[in-house]
Design a protein around this ligand. Sequence first.
Ligand SMILES: *Cc1c(COP(=O)(O)O)cnc(C)c1O
Length: 404
Amino acid sequence: MKYINNNLSVEKIKIEDIAKKFGTPTYCYSYKKLKDNINNFKNNFKSFSPLICFAIKSNTNVNLIKEIRKLGLGADVVSMGELMVALKAGIEPKKIVFSGVGKTVTEIGFAIDKKILLINAESKSEIVEIERIAKSKKITVNIGIRLNPNTDAKTLKQISTGKKENKFGVDEKVFFDLVDYAKLSKNIKLKCLSVHIGSQILDHKPYKKMLNVINKIIKRSNYNFEFIDLGGGMGISYEKTNKKLNYQKYNMAINKFLKDHKSKIIFEPGRSIVGNIGSLISKVLYIKENEKKDFIILDAAMNDLMRPALYGANHKTLPVIKTNQVSKKIYEFVGPICESTDKFTTLKKFQKLNEKDLIVMCDTGAYGMSLSSNYNLRPKAAEVLIKGSKINVIKKRQKLEELI
Ligand SMILES: *Cc1c(COP(=O)(O)O)cnc(C)c1O
């Protein structure tokens, strides 16, 4: 996104034109950025050509997933709905892995019938359940076991998943027991060790630690894993000055690990693929003056973009038409929902705004639309994908009739 004659544009399309044509709030994605992200991701790890499974939960739009599939990625799913959307987008079952701590009998049965690459199990009870279902279908199912490596990802505590107090995966001791259990089973075939220590990770050191932990555990288990699934979690810069994950160092650590293990590496990135491809366009409904600050009341709310209310996330906010007037007041950007946490950001010296002005919240391509809800019975936003000179509506704005 950049300003062309003071008009914020995606590729060469003016955001103002998108808002005029499709209304607000609207999520807008850049195809070019998506393609760049995927190519960069592949390039960072090209020495061992991993299977890259896009974490569907970060963005569940079927038309966007189709583009991601065409660019060569598989899928990491965490529910039957996500598995269905991945298949509908044309992703080959042999490029799909199924993670999650609470898969139901229906979900496991469906995944088995679709012959996906791996079901990554997260507890002994789940493995027993997968085995029982596989036996009733008289087949052998390929599984992974998710290890909890007890590694601090050094990220927000709400999105940290690899410490022993987190619900994800099994600890070392249970892991060894499960490897032995799987060895004796006729209906499950253990193919993968999986880990995922958290999200928005910007320091490569937790990944290095995690690799050391699994290196030791694999050696001790004396088992040959066809796949090692390292999960996702690669962070992005939400603010201009933020640090970046050092992919080179992560790549080096994996190459070192692969000297001892001849496994195929799987990644499950979500945010690093789609996070910075999207922005949420919104209109200023009202400006309400307050003693210390002005409330900028937007037509987008926490039901459209939940991250600020859920984890105190901050998204860079920009005016769509740039002027040179700076506001003397502090601006607090809020939505219309009846919750005090329905606020996005508080900024000093923002451009002076007027009612009906447009703004965008940047880097909302991941965990934006996919975390949206109908709270306050608000219909969901539209989604558009900018591809070259074309604006493709990849999801229409929800109609109230669909909700009531
Ligand atoms: C959420 C999740 C991911 C994706 O995380 P990102 O931070 O978006 O890359 C990958 N694997 C699993 C198991 C997850 O739960």
